[in-house]
Ligand binder design. Sequence first.
Ligand code: NI
Length: 138
Amino acid sequence: MRITVCRKESFNAAHRLHNKNWSDEKNKAIFGLCNNPNYHGHNYELIVKVNGEIDPDTGYVIDMKILKAIIKEEVVQRFDHKNLNLDTVEFRDLNPTAENIAIVIWKRIKAKLKEDLSLTVVLYETPKNFVEFSEACL
Ligand code: NI
């Protein structure tokens, strides 16, 4: 039997959405408040979903202690209280939209999971705006 196990985490980070190939006017028109030159913060909420077969010996899909440690190491310690544009290599040349952040997080966690586990990442940038990325999107 396959089942999905989920874990919620959160992190706070600053960002600025900006396309350096565009004029300041166009950036402001497209990205609005998220183009503020001096950055601004979001309280990101992350839901990590891991789908797989239940191990008959443990009854687990994945030990939650292990999943918790992976999320802490790959996401929270890297991005919490950081300026995504300035403090991380991932977003130096990649616009830190919720879409791009979710894909970066998915790749980092995916690399740490056993191959037979499938992964979905849901990232809330605000309580009302969220994105989802999974193998199905590839
Ligand atoms: Ni923003």
